[in-house]
Ligand binder design. Structure first.
Ligand code: SF4
Ligand code: SF4
Length: 107
């Protein structure tokens, strides 16, 4: 399992690199060209911290075939109260789940 970072969306804020517990994401370039880059995809254990913290949804979690993803990916849009999880495949939305941040494991 791993993540994909869309360089066209990335604004170079560095939040994902700061929050990754394994220091797996590196910032490369400078100025407008500063971008996040997944440096160690094989080491990712899918904690989703970077997916949630990215303010522009530039990071998607790739759901591997080993866990039934078959090319699908997951993104998260976080607001004060909710997290909007979206599963996509081939540009189409497969499923959307909205979780309340104050009520973990209930949606
Ligand atoms: S959190 Fe998102 S926008 Fe910020 S550096 Fe990471 S990928 Fe880019
Ligand atoms: S999902 Fe977790 S372990 Fe994987 S790159 Fe993001 S923050 Fe790091």
């Amino acid at each position: 399992m791993s993540i994909r970072i869309d360089p066209a969306k990335c604004n170079g804020c560095g939040r994902c690199a700061e929050i990754c517990p394994g220091n797996l994401i590196q910032m490369v370039g400078s100025g407008k060209d500063r971008k996040a880059q997944m440096a160690y995809p094989d080491e990712c254990w899918g904690c989703m911290s970077c997916v949630k913290v990215c303010p522009v949804q530039a990071i998607e979690f790739y759901i591997g075939s080993d866990i039934g993803g078959q090319g699908a990916s997951l993104t998260a849009a976080v607001s004060k109260k909710e997290i909007d999880w979206t599963a996509c495949k081939d540009g189409c939305i497969l499923q959307q789940i909205i979780t309340e941040r104050q009520k973990a494991n209930k949606y």
